[in-house]
Design a protein around this ligand. Structure first.
Ligand code: PHE
Ligand code: NA
Length: 435
């Protein structure tokens, strides 16, 4: 085994992790889940979960990765807890499933870029979605998306992941700011903001428990936690600087971009008099495309919007593939290019059903996101909080300048609130899936 790769710069690591976090989850999934789950009340619960449940688990991943300098599976024996390898195995399977349908949606996005440029969906947003979202063309664009991902991951940590993140993440942010300014000029802007940003305290009180499962799933998905992405990305760190600060920056960036996406999407919805509650996996595509065809400058705006979505989806997909590729390279010693080619072939095949029938996509998403991801998160919290706590505190404290109580607080948050909330949510979601 040759010497393990590392990030060239700290900034490169942070941008790659932000690139992983910022994806379809922010721009596509977040607005429609928010709309389905009651707007601003959901936003409040979601923000709390991101900060107090998602971030602590992300930090467990970073600590394991940086201490072990190994892939998701071998990380556990490397730090002395071989029995917990199952976390890495579950994470890899989860990543495999997520990437298999994430690329299908990525393929839709590529088609929507062409659709916006040519005006193909004008007057037929619904029909266009039907055509884009299942069939041979869907499988073809799915494959194209996967090949783009493989093309970057095949180049490795510095030349692939890090370089792409430095280029793509700032582009996404810049383009989104541009669209948010545009959205502010629309006639529905004020109404959209009001729906999105003013929580109704009564609903919040009565629905908080009902909102919890969807909000928790989204919190994990959006931060890329529970799969082992952050273990893998943390394993390429060779300097001991504050993980808390990095984790905080990544969380903040992801949250700001999700909120920014809402500031674009909700005014666009309201400008068209579309009720944002008609959620569903395709709703964002149908409603937005419908809106773009009638808005001033709609074709250009639509193109920009879907380009943003594509760039954001790519940097997330890189990170999932990297989890799998890094595991294969470490265990078999084969070259990165072969490991990449082999994994994407498998991922493409597993995802095929979701390219032909939207119902499979919904099922894959529910299993991965509402069950496996949260199971991974729960196991990480139990492991980090109860088993690995002493070593975790030592590793976490390297480079940390903040007060001494912070590491202890982190462990106690993992031990009780994170474990309780995740157990409850997982139980609810499993009931849901079984029914
Ligand atoms: N965080 C990504 C998004 O919001 C999705 C993702 C989930 C990426 C899990 C990696 C691992 O789109
Ligand atoms: Na995200």
């Amino acid at each position: 085994m040759g010497s393990r790769e590392t990030w060239a710069t700290r900034l490169g690591f942070i941008l790659a992790a932000i690139g992983s976090a910022v994806g379809l989850g922010n721009v596509w999934r977040f607005p429609f889940i928010t709309a389905e789950s009651g707007g601003a009340a959901f936003l409040v619960v979601y923000l709390l979960l991101v900060a107090f449940i998602g971030l602590p688990v992300m930090l467990v991943e970073f600590v394991i990765g940086r201490e072990s300098k190994q892939n998701v599976v071998d990380a556990f024996p490397a730090i002395g807890y071989g029995n917990w390898k199952a976390i890495g195995v579950i994470g890899s399977i989860t990543g495999f499933i997520i990437l298999s349908y994430y690329s299908v949606v990525g393929g839709w996005v590529i088609q929507y870029i062409f659709g916006s440029l040519t005006g193909a969906y004008t007057g037929s947003a619904e029909a266009y979605f039907g055509q884009v979202s299942s069939g041979l063309n869907t499988a073809g664009f799915d494959l194209l998306f996967i090949l783009l991902v493989a093309g970057v991951v095949g180049f490795g940590v510095r030349d692939g992941l890090e370089r792409a993140a430095k280029l793509l993440v700032p582009s996404v942010v810049g383009l989104m700011l541009f669209l948010a300014v545009y959205a502010a000029t629309l006639p529905g802007a004020a109404e959209g903001y009001a729906y999105y940003l003013s929580p109704n305290l009564a609903t919040l009180r009565s629905d908080a428990l009902a909102i919890l499962p969807a909000a928790a799933g989204q919190a994990f998905f959006t931060l890329s936690t529970g799969v082992g992405v952050m273990i893998t990305y943390g394993s390429y760190l060779d300097e001991d600087r504050s993980l808390l600060r990095d984790g905080f920056v990544i969380m903040l960036a992801d949250t700001c971009i999700a909120v920014l996406a809402g500031l674009i999407v909700f005014p666009v919805f309201f400008a068209q008099g579309i009720a944002p509650g008609d959620g569903g996996i395709g709703a964002t595509f149908v409603s937005l495309a419908g809106a773009f065809t009638t808005l001033p400058g709609g074709r250009l705006v639509g193109t920009v919007f879907f380009v943003i979505l594509l760039l954001a989806a790519l940097t997330s997909a890189f990170s999932i593939l990297e989890v799998i590729v890094s595991f294969i390279i470490d265990t078999t010693g084969i070259a990165r290019s072969y490991a990449t080619a082999g994994s994407v072939a498998g991922i493409f095949i597993v995802g095929l059903p979701t390219a032909f029938d939207l119902q499979y996509l919904t099922v894959y998403d529910a299993i991965a996101n509402n069950v496996l991801l949260l199971l991974g998160g729960l196991l990480l919290a139990l492991f980090g909080g109860w088993v690995y706590a002493t070593d975790a505190i030592t590793e976490f404290s390297k480079g940390l300048t903040s007060p001494q109580f912070i590491p202890k607080l982190w462990i106690w948050v993992l031990r009780v609130p994170v474990v309780v909330v995740l157990s409850y949510v997982l139980y609810q979601n499993i009931l849901d899936v079984i029914q």
